[in-house]
Design a protein around this ligand. Sequence first.
Ligand code: SF4
Ligand code: SF4
Length: 89
Amino acid sequence: MAEEKKKKAAGSVVITVERCKGCGFCVEFCPPHALKLSDQYNVKGYHPPALISREMCNGCNMCGMLCPDFAIYGFLQNKKSGKGSDRER
Ligand code: SF4
Ligand code: SF4
């Protein structure tokens, strides 16, 4: 019996916390709602985003496309190797 290979795309994000102004665009428009605003403050006094769960992020980079301050981007991650592969922006 052929083994069924399930390759589920998994993503993650890189967040430059100090660039964030807490506008919440990334949280609002993340298609799978994988982000929330953190309880932590950055040096500007804003709440940066954080992933709710890595499993929820699909690496679509919608957050990166919408962030006005280039404070976040998403990327696809190879589940087997654990290595990320940045998408071209
Ligand atoms: S869109 Fe950018 S600036 Fe706005 S909360 Fe998200 S990371 Fe911060
Ligand atoms: S890469 Fe896509 S799924 Fe992941 S946090 Fe950003 S918008 Fe959401």
